[in-house]
Design a protein around this ligand. Structure first.
Ligand SMILES: *[C@@H]1O[C@H](CO)[C@@H](O)[C@H](O)[C@H]1NC(C)=O
Ligand SMILES: *[C@@H]1O[C@H](CO)[C@@H](O)[C@H](O)[C@H]1NC(C)=O
Ligand SMILES: *[C@@H]1O[C@H](CO)[C@@H](O)[C@H](O)[C@H]1NC(C)=O
Ligand SMILES: [Zn+2]
Ligand SMILES: [Zn+2]
Length: 486
């Protein structure tokens, strides 16, 4: 992309960090620094040495390697509960599997290795390799690669129904400001959105589901996708066949707004559709002392900014929340001259597809026509080719109800919350356009630990005690879905 877009996008990133799950275009403006390039040996070194250390520690303590422990866990104590008719005991069993100390330890270790070695969108090579290594260890089959680094793993009968669970793998171009043992080892990159935890929870779910595989009444598809933050990960996964045969899909996101392991969701629109625009307004350069000899794009752009405010305030139903924000205004640097062009840009959000595309249409009309009033011309780019338009994330009512029921049975009514919609965006919306879907949150907020910062903050951290509950929720959502849709 050209540098002007890059500077616009990085200014957008400042705005977007204010939101929990931001509309994540900002990453595109920040390609990985070339100093690390494609050399992932740093990751290999650190991962291997950590694994080696962990293994040594285990052997010292227990004389049993983690790999053998996994195998033993799968054969020993195979749960006897069938759970075709789900009961309280079934929820307990799934939760107990997730909370086994060796499983908790393993999920935390995985999350920490990934946290210390963040990889940006479409570069999740080592993260993907680590996941495949764990899947191999559990003898879970998978298709790889999809969308570059993505994985589609399969557990169950191989027969319908097929239900999917999704985790994203990418980190952000942010310098971690948290000082802790497993701080990012890569300058300028950080898992500041919790995707490291999403991977750990889905791997944890894989273990639970593998342990209960002979009870599954269909097939669970586990999707590990690249590039949520850069927008086209989900889209490319879908075009590579991620949703083949799949009839419903679920995903979780960590949230600093809810206490550790509290689960939240809502039916209908949950996250906004999100788009960006950049308009080039052209006039005619001239001496500022003789304005009549030039055509002034500064005035045209100023009028456009003012008029854009009228779209939401005067044209949108006040009960249908929408946003148009102009975040960038650039043109001219000679105080004595009227410039040729002014470039303005910003973002827009809405919770329905109709409102979203209405905003897009009106932003274009308003800028073009306001430019015309002042004898200027305007062209507008919505970055559609870069897939930076995210549709709204809309939870299917039935799928939401499924999540609510599973969560209440697992964590209790008092630990489930119906949450308000948020103006952030998620590329999970691409899946939710194709099959019935539900997106939910798991709390990671713990004042004692200090995990109180929003996603995309350099201070972001999580309470890892949420991991087993997240894994159990994933697993129970899938197993119960299959039971109820045979
Ligand atoms: C060693 O590992 C086995 C298998 O997971 C477990 O049953 C046992 O409790 C462990 N022993 C110790 C001392 O950690
Ligand atoms: C949303 O609207 C756009 C433009 O009208 C259309 O291309 C797209 O298919 C719509 N998506 C859904 C889910 O209705
Ligand atoms: C917060 O974390 C601390 C330390 O791990 C733990 O003792 C405490 O129970 C946690 N609080 C909540 C509300 O989860
Ligand atoms: Zn994010
Ligand atoms: Zn995220």
């Amino acid at each position: 992309m050209n540098p002007r877009i890059l500077s616009l996008l990085s200014s957008i990133s400042i705005v977007s960090t204010l939101i929990l799950i931001t509309c994540t275009i900002s990453v595109i403006g920040a390609k990985p620094d070339s100093s690390s390039g494609n050399d992932f040996s740093y990751l290999e070194r650190s991962c291997l040495s950590k694994w080696a250390a962990a293994e040594e520690e285990n052997n010292r303590k227990n004389q049993t390697s983690p790999r053998r422990r996994t195998a033993e866990m799968l054969s020993l104590e195979t749960p006897e509960l069938d759970c075709t008719v789900w009961s309280e005991a079934c929820s307990e069993e799934v939760l107990n599997l997730a909370r086994r100390p060796e499983n908790v330890r393993w999920m935390k270790d995985l999350r920490r290795i990934i946290h210390a070695n963040p990889e940006l969108a479409f570069e999740e090579f080592e993260t993907s390799r680590l996941i495949r290594q764990e899947l191999d260890g559990m003898e879970v089959a998978y298709r790889f690669p999809m969308a570059g680094t993505g994985i589609r793993a399969t557990i169950g009968t191989g027969e319908p129904p097929f239900v999917a669970l999704r985790a994203d793998m990418d980190a952000l171009p942010i310098q971690e400001a948290v000082e802790w043992e497993h701080k990012s080892q890569v300058a300028g990159k950080m898992h500041a959105c919790g995707h490291d935890a999403h991977v750990a929870m889905l791997i944890g779910a894989a273990k639970i589901l593998k342990t209960r595989e002979h009870h599954l009444k269909g097939t669970v598809i586990l999707l590990f996708q690249p590039a949520e933050e850069a927008g086209n990960g989900a889209k490319r996964m879908i075009s590579d066949g991620a949703l083949e045969n799949v009839e419903a899909i679920f995903a979780v996101h960590v949230s600093h707004q809810h206490p550790t392991a509290v689960i939240g969701s809502r039916p209908g629109p949950l996250l906004a559709g999100c788009g960006f625009f950049r308009a080039v307004i052209r006039g005619k350069q001239g001496s500022a002392g003789n304005p009549h000899r030039s055509v002034d794009p500064v005035l045209a752009a100023s009028a456009s900014v003012i008029s854009l405010q009228g779209i939401v305030s005067r044209e949108a139903n006040p009960l249908d929340s929408q946003v148009v924000s102009v975040t960038s205004f650039n043109g001219g640097d000679n105080l004595d001259a009227i410039p040729d062009t002014v470039v303005i840009g910003g973002t827009f959000r809405a919770f329905s597809n109709t409102s979203f595309y209405q905003l897009l249409k009106r932003i274009e009309e308003v800028i073009v026509e306001q430019a015309g009033v002042f004898r200027c011309s305007a062209t507008i780019d919505f970055f559609e080719k870069e897939y930076t338009i995210y549709p709204p994330t809309v939870n299917d009512e039935k799928m939401y109800e499924h999540v609510r029921k599973v969560a209440v049975d697992l964590v209790g009514r008092e630990n489930f919350r119906v949450v308000p919609p948020m103006m952030g965006a998620e590329d999970f919306s691409f899946y939710s356009e194709v099959v019935p879907a539900a997106f939910f949150y798991i709390g990671i907020r713990n004042e004692t630990l200090g995990s109180i910062h929003s996603g995309h903050s350099p201070h972001f951290m999580i309470d890892e005690d949420a991991l087993p509950v997240g894994a159990a929720t994933h697993a129970a959502i899938a197993e119960r879905y299959l039971n109820e849709h045979r």
